[in-house]
Design a protein. Sequence first.
Length: 120
Amino acid sequence: MPDIKYISIDKIETVTVMREEAETTITTNRVDDYITIYSSDNVMITKIAKAALNNPEGWLCWEAGRDSNNKVKGYFFKAPKKALCLRSGSRKERVFTEEQKEAAKLRLVGAQRGRRRKLG
């Protein structure tokens, strides 16, 4: 296995893979206190990089390799396990009474007037 050459998160290059082949994999287990992320999806790489830059402690990054045109194939990230946050994906629809809707409308109008006074 080749030696891993870590790179700075802000040195990440755009990955050139077809959209249909772009993927992200997260690996973890109970005993380790870190997760490993592989991604060849530029959208996810951007999100991961932002998370790493916002809280850089414990994050490492390295290239997954390069193709024959010397373009990056993807990136691996090692991050603290606490960086992983899963959500259920289901949001409860908020239901407002007519009184709550009217109160919100009045607050919005008041905020807009306040902004206009500051600008004017």
